[in-house]
Design a protein around this ligand. Structure first.
Ligand code: MOS
Length: 699
C-alpha cells in the first residue's frame, strides 16, 4: 500500500545536518575525542607476491613515542575464518599484493607513528608476480556465480548461428581500466577494546556489517560490539563492508590497551580498500535491417585477487536491457597478485552499460538509424531475462524527453559540425539500475514534547538519507518534518541494511513507514517493526529505475582535447523524496561517469604490481572546469509496486550510461570510436580524428 505523500515528501528540504557540517561541528569518525587515544599508521608490503621472512622492529620501537608494532608474529589469532580474505589480517606471512597491510605502528602521536613506520625493516622472500589481465590469460576460470549471486553465464537460443546469419552485425571489444572510489573521507576507525567488548567510531556505509564481521572475527556477541557512524564522507561502495582498517584498529587497541585511531592514508586507499576491476568486454549484436535485434552476446573478462573472489556482474545488465531470441552472457575471472577489487558505484551496471550502450550506438551507425530510434524499436515488453512484467519501465519516455530538451534534432553526422577549432557532437545512452529493497527494522517513539524519534541502523554517507527519511516519517505521521528526530548510524538502534545497491532509502523508508503507521494506532508510545515479511511478499515483478544520458562534446581539431560543455540526465525513478538531495545524487553520478570516460584510470605498473598514480594529484578526477552545464531532471513516475514510498534508489543510476554517451558523442563529432577508456588525446590523434593540421580555423 502506497503512502499518501504529504507536505514533506517532494519538498526540496535542506539537509538536516547541513549547518553542522559546514560549521565543522558534525563529527566524522577520526574526530571523536577519545581519552588516552593512541595513533596508528599502516605499513604496506613493497612486493607483489611472496612471504615475509621477518620484520626488524627494533629501530621503530626505539623511536620516541612509539608504543608497539603489530604484525603477524604478535597479532592475535582471529576467532574464525572470514569470507573476506582481506580481513584475515596478520594471520600468516603471505603477501598477496603490493600495498597489502603487513604491519601497524602505534604511537603517542600520528607524527611519531608515521616516522616510526619508515623505520620498519621488512625482509621478504620474493616470488614472481602476475598482475596483468588479458582475455587470453591461461588461468582464466568461470566463477560459480557473479555478484551478489547471479548466474555466471546465460544462454538462450543458438547465438553463434543466429549471429552469423544476421544481416547486420557489430562485433566490438571495449576496455575499461581499474578505477578507485576515492571518497573524500578516508576509511577510518577509532577502536576502544574493553576485554569482552569493543566500541568503534568508524567510517562506513552501514554499522550492521561492521557489527557482524567484528563479532565473528573477535568471537564476541553482537551486542558487545558498538559501532558509531554519525557522519560519513562518502564511500561509493568502498565502505560497504568493513575493510582491513577495522580489524587493524581493534587489534592495535588490544595490543596497547588503549583506544587507537587509525585512518587509511590517501595513498593506501589505492591498495587495500577496494577498486573497480578493469574489464575487457566483447559485444556482438546481430540485427535485421530494420534494427530488430536477433542476437546479443556480452562476454566479459575481469580480475580478482588471490585472497578473495570478487566477481563483478558486468554482463548481468544486458540480460534485462534488450531482448533477442539468441543471447549469451559470460564472465571469466583471473585471480592475479593484485589488491581485491570491490564494490564501486553501480558495480556491474556501470562498466556493463558502457560497453552495451556503446555497441548499440555502433549498431545504429551500421544501420544508419538514429540511436534513439534503434532503442525504441528494441524496447522489450517484458523483462527478457525473467519474463516478468516491469513494475515500471520508462526508458523510452526518458529518451524522448531528453531528445526534446537537449536539441537532439540538431545532431549532424561525424565531422559535419565545426565551430571554430572545435568539432561538435552529441551522444546518448540509456541508463538503468535495479530498484530493490532489503528487510529492515525501525523504532518510532512519541516523545512527551510532541516530537517523534525514529531510529534505525541506517547510514547517511553524504547522500541526504537522514533528511529524506525524516520526510518519509513526517508524511506517515502527518506532522511537520521539524517534529521528527531521525537518528541513524549507531548499532544501539534496530537492525537495518547498509547503504548499498541503491537500496538504502527503499529498505529503511519501508521500515519507517511501517513503524510510523504502527505508532499511530499503538497503545504505547513506542513501536518496533521488522519488514522481513513485507519484503518477502514483494510481487514478482522486474523492478528497475531507468534514465537517458545526453552529452555534447567538443573536440579540438588539432590537439584532440575533449570538452563537455553540457550534459543532461533524464531519469524515471519513481517518487523523488527530496528533489534537492536527489539532484545532487544524479549530478554526482553523471560527473563520476564523465570522469570515468575522460579522466580516471588507476595505472598498474606490471613490473612492481602497484597502482602508480596513487594520490589525488596523479589520479585525475573531473573538476568543476570539466563539467559545465550539467543538468539532471526526472519524469513523474508512479510505481506503487517497489515500496510504500514508490521510490526507486538513485545513488548509482547517475553514473550508468554516461561514459557511453560521452564516447558516442565523440564519435558523432569526429568519426572516431574510442573503445578503451579513458579517452586520450593520442587515441583521437592516432585515429586521425582530427582533420590534418592547417584545416582548423582560428577561434
Ligand atoms: Mo554501492 S557500490 O552498492 O555501495
Amino acid at each position: 500500500m502506497a503512502i499518501a505523500t504529504g507536505a514533506a515528501i517532494g519538498a526540496p528540504i535542506d539537509r538536516l545536518e547541513g549547518a553542522e557540517k559546514v560549521a565543522g561541528a558534525a563529527k566524522y569518525a577520526y574526530e571523536y575525542d577519545v581519552e588516552r587515544a593512541a595513533y596508528a599508521i599502516g605499513g604496506c608490503s613493497t612486493i607483489a607476491k611472496g612471504r615475509i621472512r621477518a620484520i626488524d622492529t627494533d629501530e621503530a620501537l626505539a623511536a620516541e613515542g612509539v608504543l608497539a608494532v603489530l604484525w603477524h608474529e604478535n597479532a592475535p589469532k582471529l576467532h574464525e575464518q572470514l569470507d573476506d580474505g582481506e580481513l584475515m589480517l596478520f594471520q600468516s606471512n603471505r603477501v598477496a599484493y603490493r600495498g597489502q597491510l603487513v604491519a601497524v605502528v602505534i604511537a603517542e602521536s600520528l607524527e611519531a607513528a608515521q616516522e616510526a613506520e619508515r623505520l620498519l625493516r621488512v625482509e621478504y622472500d620474493v616470488e614472481d608476480h602476475d598482475v596483468e589481465l588479458r582475455a587470453d590469460h591461461p588461468r582464466l576460470y568461470k566463477p560459480e556465480k557473479v555478484n551478489p549471486q547471479f548466474p555466471t553465464d546465460t544462454f538462450d537460443g543458438v547465438f553463434d548461428d543466429a549471429f552469423a546469419a544476421a544481416p547486420v552485425q557489430v562485433d566490438r571489444t571495449y576496455e575499461t581500466p581499474a578505477y578507485h572510489n576515492n571518497p573524500l573521507e578516508p576509511h577510518t576507525t577509532v577502536a576502544s577494546w574493553q576485554g569482552d567488548a569493543v566500541t568503534l567510531w568508524d567510517s562506513n556505509q552501514g554499522v550492521q556489517p561492521v557489527v557482524e564481521t567484528v563479532a565473528k572475527a573477535f568471537g564476541l556477541e553482537q551486542d558487545r560490539v558498538r559501532v558509531i557512524s554519525q557522519h560519513v564522507g562518502g564511500g561509493f561502495g568502498s565502505k560497504g563492508t568493513p575493510r582491513p582498517n577495522v580489524i587493524a584498529a581493534i587489534m592495535a587497541s588490544q595490543l596497547v590497551g588503549r583506544p587507537v585511531k587509525l585512518a587509511v592514508t590517501r595513498q593506501q586507499m589505492f591498495a587495500y580498500v577496494g577498486y573497480r576491476t578493469p574489464t575487457i568486454q566483447r559485444l556482438r549484436l546481430g540485427a535485421e535491417p530494420d534494427g530488430t535485434l536477433v542476437a546479443i552476446a556480452h562476454d566479459v573478462w575481469e580480475q580478482t585477487s588471490t585472497v578473495r573472489e570478487f566477481a563483478e556482474q558486468t554482463a548481468v545488465v544486458t540480460r534485462m536491457m534488450y531482448a533477442a531470441p539468441h543471447r549469451r552472457t559470460t564472465h571469466r575471472l583471473v585471480a592475479l597478485d593484485v589488491p581485491t577489487p570491490s564494490w564501486m558505484r553501480a558495480p556491474g551496471e556501470c562498466p556493463g552499460m558502457y560497453a552495451l550502450e556503446s555497441a548499440i550506438d555502433e549498431l545504429a551507425v551500421e544501420l544508419g538509424v538514429d540511436p534513439i530510434e534503434l532503442r525504441v524499436r528494441n524496447e522489450p515488453e517484458l523483462d527478457p531475462e525473467s519474463g516478468q512484467r516491469f513494475s515500471s519501465r520508462n526508458v523510452v519516455a526518458c529518451l524522448r524527453e531528453g531528445a526534446e530538451r537537449f536539441g537532439w534534432s540538431e545532431r549532424r553526422g561525424p565531422g559535419e559540425r565545426q565551430e571554430g577549432r572545435w568539432l561538435v557532437g552529441l551522444g546518448v545512452a540509456a541508463s538503468t539500475y535495479p530498484a530493490r529493497r532489503r528487510p529492515s527494522q525501525a523504532l518510532a517513539r512519541a516523545e512527551a514534547d510532541g516530537t517523534f524519534a525514529v531510529r534505525l541502523r541506517a547510514a547517511d554517507i553524504g547522500t541526504g538519507a537522514r533528511t529524506a527519511l525524516a520526510q518519509i516519517a513526517a508524511d506517515t505521521l502527518e506532522v511537520p518534518v521539524e517534529r521528527v528526530r531521525l537518528e541513524l548510524g549507531d548499532s544501539e538502534f534496530p537492525q537495518a541494511p547498509l547503504a548499498g545497491g541503491s537500496m538504502g532509502l527503499a529498505s529503511w523508508g519501508s521500515a519507517i513507514v511501517k513503524a510510523c503507521r504502527a505508532l499511530r494506532v499503538a497503545d504505547g508510545d513506542e513501536v518496533r517493526v521488522d519488514t522481513s515479511d513485507d519484503v518477502g511478499g514483494d510481487p514478482p515483478l522486474a523492478k528497475h529505475g531507468f534514465g537517458a544520458q545526453f552529452v555534447e562534446v567538443r573536440v579540438d581539431v588539432d590537439t584532440g582535447e575533449v570538452r563537455i560543455p553540457r550534459a543532461l540526465g533524464v531519469f524515471a525513478c519513481g517518487t523523488i523524496v527530496n528533489p534537492k538531495t536527489a539532484r545532487s545524487q544524479f549530478l554526482g553520478g553523471m560527473t563520476m561517469g564523465i570522469s570515468m570516460a575522460l579522466h580516471e584510470e588507476s595505472v598498474l605498473d606490471a613490473r612492481f604490481g602497484d597502482f602508480v598514480n596513487h594520490d589525488l594529484a596523479q589520479y585525475e578526477i573531473a573538476a568543476h572546469a570539466d563539467v559545465r552545464d550539467l543538468e539532471a531532471i526526472w519524469l513523474a513516475e508512479d510505481d506503487p509496486h517497489v515500496n510504500p514510498m514508490g521510490a526507486k534508489g538513485i545513488g548509482e543510476i547517475g553514473i550508468v550510461g554516461t561514459a557511453a554517451a560521452v564516447t558516442s558523442a565523440i564519435y558523432n563529432a569526429t568519426g572516431v570510436r574510442i573503445r578503451k577508456l579513458p579517452v586520450r588525446l593520442e587515441q583521437l590523434l592516432a585515429a586521425g580524428s582530427a582533420p590534418p593540421a592547417g584545416h582548423s580555423a582560428p577561434e
